[in-house]
Design a protein around this ligand. Sequence first.
Ligand SMILES: [Zn+2]
Length: 65
Amino acid sequence: MSADPGDDPHVRLLLGAYVLDALDALETRRVARHLRGCDGCAQVYVEMAEASALLALVRAEDLRE
Ligand SMILES: [Zn+2]
């Protein structure tokens, strides 16, 4: 198994960075296009986005202390 995103047809390796908006424009387009056509990855993306939003909430709570 390779960690090269070029060998990752389901863009799973890019999804984490995509959620954090940390990809370059080319990769962002590639992931967005894939998510429109792949329910499996779209589901993973939703879960990651929710987890990311929860983490952001926790950090906001911490900052209020
Ligand atoms: Zn996929």
